[in-house]
Design a protein. Structure first.
Length: 426
RNA sequence: GGAGUGUUGGCAGAGUGGUAAUGCAGCGGAUUGCUAAUCCGUCAUCGUGAAUAGCGAUGCACAGGUUCGAGUCCUGUACACUCCGCCA
């Protein structure tokens, strides 16, 4: 959410930011005019409330003779006030809805572009694997090593689900342990969080009203299935006023994640790339309302996830996501993409975002600044730590051998009982 | 699922229908000066202000209701705790 006062005072700047992100149809003049009506209504209803308070307070000390007249007058003012408050509620709801639909403004440093074609490759790290045999894709590797039940499981759980078996299932969890240990070493608080959430956190994070189609909803309990631990961590401290000394708060949150993939019909239908349920270790940071501070954390989070891919010995590229491709909540976004030999391209494994105070305004997450004692909205940032099974795709494809076995990188070996290689022929 | 108890500012904690005590922390100011103490103000949201001034409105888990007036009475919901039931 943006600050309405900021919008009014910087209309041109806001307009440019919205346009860069592709929200050209948001009507700022209308928003400002609704806000102006709202303010007028507040002023007049407050005058009525003041009058009513004065009347009410005078009743106790009034004489028996004058009391009935004052009560009658107070009732009358009360009726008028009630009418104005009803009107106010309606207008407030309209205004709130408009504000919830306002995306965050992009960083001036973010590349400009209409869609993913405008994303900029910042760097490529690691050498692409060279095979002296025809490499198999991840599905074939799973078949020859008895690592999955990709066909049977769809009979049980439907399309875009997966079941992985044997060493690969333990590899999946081993990778999460490696990442959780790494984040803990960097001072992050490891935390396992529920995948169930009420509706309010969805608005807090910005999933609603922007991408409601993506979310599973369970009407019997009025609960949603979370698509990321970010959702839960972002609301964990909602409505709190933290002490500045408590910041930064850094979480490494692990949770099963659920996504309907409603807009992805036909894309990546086979295999482990795009599934309805997956496991994710998420990096989440709450820091001071200071752009230098949050940009510093943005780089830090990016560095950590690059280190994860380096530990996994996967070649990857870093993308600076352009204004038209980044999501509504984001100020600046980097994606990491790891190399997938069978597709001859890089595929997304990490998404690293600085949200500035946009989410904190929605969740009312504040802290008291040490310097001036003022209450301020915090900045929040998030990044993938690792998400599986998607990350297994580049992993087993890049590390495969001619006999179908898959090499385990040195950093991961301690998490795999020292094994250097897995597979039927290992 | 059943029964009971509870939810008051950043924290602690009073308040039995008539303007939300008090303490601690933080911030601002004053004063005295021996490593600190004391005093005053402030403390969340919004409106009106150039204003971080004054004035006013709102805020006691949330949403309604009764009343001239609700932290207080009534109803519903959420959450927490205790006991019972069920359970990986």
């Amino acid at each position: 959410m943006l600050d309405i006062k900021f919008i009014i005072e910087n209309k041109q700047l806001v307009r440019e930011g919205l346009d860069k992100k592709g929200y050209t149809n948001i009507d700022l003049d209308n928003l400002i005019s609704v806000h102006s009506s709202l303010t007028k209504l507040k002023t007049s209803s407050q005058a009525l409330a003041e009058e009513k308070n004065k009347l009410s307070n005078s009743i106790k000390s009034a004489s028996n003779e004058e009391r009935p007249a004052i009560i009658a007058k107070s009732k009358e003012v009360g009726e008028e006030l009630k009418k104005e408050l009803a009107e106010l509620d309606e207008l407030q709801a309209k205004f709130d809805d408009m504000m919830l639909r306002m995306p965050n403004l992009p960083s001036p440093q973010a590349p400009q572009g209409p869609d993913e074609s405008g994303n900029v490759v910042i760097r490529k790290v690691g050498d692409l694997p060279k095979f002296d045999f025809t490499p198999r894709d991840h599905i074939e590797l799973m078949e020859i090593n008895d690592w999955g039940e990709m066909d049977r499981i769809t009979k049980v759980s439907g399309a875009r689900t997966y079941a992985i078996k044997n060493e690969l299932s333990r590899l999946e969890l081993a990778i999460h342990m490696l990442v959780l240990d790494k984040l803990a070493a960097y001072g992050f608080t490891t935390i396992t969080v529920p995948s169930l959430a009420k509706q309010k956190p969805l608005y807090g994070m910005g999933y609603l009203p922007f991408s409601g189609d993506e979310i599973y909803y369970m009407p019997a309990d009025d609960l949603y299935l979370s698509g990321t631990a970010e959702l839960v961590l972002n609301s964990l401290h909602a409505d709190e006023i933290l002490n500045e000394n408590d910041l930064p708060i850094t979480y490494a949150g692990f949770s099963p994640c659920f996504r309907r993939e409603a807009g992805a019909a036909g894309k990546d239908t086979r295999g482990l790339v795009r599934v309805h349920q997956f496991m994710k270790t998420e990096q989440f940071v709450i820091c001071k309302n200071d752009i230098n501070e949050s940009e510093k954390w943005h780089q830090k989070l990016l560095n950590i996830s690059e280190e994860v891919l380096q530990d996994l010995e996967l070649p990857y590229q870093v993308l600076d996501i352009c204004t038209g491709d980044m999501g509504a909540p984001k100020y600046r976004q980097y994606d990491l993409e790891a190399w997938v030999p069978s597709q001859n391209c890089y595929r997304e494994t990490h998404s690293c975002s600085n949200i500035t105070d946009w989410q904190a305004r929605r969740t009312n997450l504040r802290y008291r600044d040490n310097a001036d004692g003022k209450v301020k909205f915090a900045h929040t940032l998030n990044n993938t730590g690792i998400a599986t099974p998607r990350a297994l795709v580049p992993f087993i494809e890049c590390h495969q051998n001619a006999d179908g076995t898959v090499n385990i990188p040195a950093k991961l070996q301690p998490y795999m009982n020292g094994k250097t290689k897995i597979g039927k022929n290992a």
